[in-house]
Design a protein around this ligand. Structure first.
Ligand code: FAD
Length: 318
């Protein structure tokens, strides 16, 4: 079922969903199942599976030298989506990236998703590789998520890249895109970034999932501003519980988000990461309860592959 249909079906009742990361290659999928199992009692209508682009890895040659290779360390998003869908009978959403993929490769991936009965995809640009200052599109790939949304919409109308319209073989993907309540790191202003979001919606995006935020006011203002410029699709809040002391520096640095003073104060009082984890869970519970009261259709949690803190939050909220 499409995300938009899940939302319509459960109108007035906030649903629980979460995002997982594929295991590093060489690891068993059982690790993933062990983290999904405890969350299934909260009946997620859908589970997102992230995609990682290629990265540099350094292989010790044993003679004091390192070999540098470019590889994707966490492949298998579509396979994992199919496996989870089959095992738990739940909708799964593969994240589809511009970065590291040509349009042809994207088309093949979307065709696979269609064959597997996957009805939703999350269309994202992805980030620059670690050695790049700015994002660079792959040769034959897309520069912005808007273009990727356009490609998926074309496929929904049966328009394949080889310029033949296969009207009987069109896909029917529901498309999610990313939104940034505190603006995307590269955007010159929140207003400009919102206009870019509107372009993604105009290109055919059906819903938005937000970047993590720790101050609900930021989300409420974002949704209001989005509505004011005509973005009328559901905007699902993304919630991440803070888990380690280092997150105080790391999250603002990586995602350009602000952490509220009371949260910083509580984390600074903690003597162990276990205590930080508890503070993170309690903060996320308060955030979730307020968002639920405000009537958000879905609370979407960034699990980062670990379920224990997400379970503690879900238990208190759902
Ligand atoms: P875009 O919408 O393309 O925007 C990127 C930047 O370009 C923004 O600053 C925007 O304002 C600007 N822009 C857009 N269009 C134009 C234009 N026409 N001209 C000039 N500027 C423009 N990353 C992963 O690698 N894998 C994942 O699985 C993943 N999942 C995510 C899930 C969510 C919910 C979120 C919020 C992020 C996720 N990301 C993921 C991170 C995402 O890839 C990065 O934040 C990336 O830097 C931007 O992606 P985007 O789709 O928002 O890009």
């Amino acid at each position: 079922m499409k995300v938009t249909e899940h939302i319509k079906k459960h109108q007035g009742k906030t649903q629980f969903s979460f995002e997982i990361i594929p295991p590093k290659k060489g690891n068993h999928i059982q690790d993933l199942y062990d983290n999904i199992d405890p969350l299934m009692e909260f009946n997620p209508p859908f589970i997102d599976v992230t995609t990682s682009r290629e990265e540099h890895v350094y292989i010790d040659k044993g003679n004091g030298l390192l070999d540098r290779k470019i590889t994707r360390m966490r492949p298998g998003t579509v396979g994992i989506c199919a496996a989870i869908k089959h095992k738990y009978n739940v909708d799964t959403i593969p994240h589809v990236l511009c970065g590291g993929f040509t349009k042809e490769e994207t088309e093949y991936l979307l065709v696979d998703c269609h064959y597997l009965g996957i009805e939703n995809v999350m269309a994202l640009r992805g980030d620059a590789m670690s050695h790049q200052k700015y994002f660079e599109a792959s040769k034959g790939g897309h520069q912005y998520a808007t273009e990727l949304v356009g490609q998926i919409q074309n496929l929904n109308q049966g328009k394949y890249l080889h310029d033949v319209i296969e009207a009987n073989h069109n896909t029917d993907f529901c498309i999610g895109v990313a939104g940034y309540p505190e603006k995307h790191i590269e955007a010159p202003s929140l207003q400009t970034d919102l206009r870019r979001l509107k372009e993604k919606v105009d290109a055919g995006a059906d819903y938005v999932v937000t970047q993590m935020f720790f101050d609900n006011q930021k989300y409420f203002e974002f949704v209001k501003a989005a509505k004011e410029i005509g973005i009328d699709v559901p905007i699902l809040p993304g919630i991440k519980p803070l888990a380690i002391q280092r997150h105080l520096q790391l999250l603002p640095q990586v995602f350009k988000i602000d952490l509220p003073e009371p949260l910083i104060t509580e984390v600074e009082k903690c003597k162990t990461n276990a205590a930080v984890r508890q503070v993170g869970v309690e903060w996320a519970i308060q955030q979730s309860k307020e968002l639920m009261q405000a009537g958000v259709p879905v609370l979407h949690y960034y699990s980062m592959g670990k379920s224990s803190n997400i379970k503690a939050i879900a238990k208190a909220v759902f």
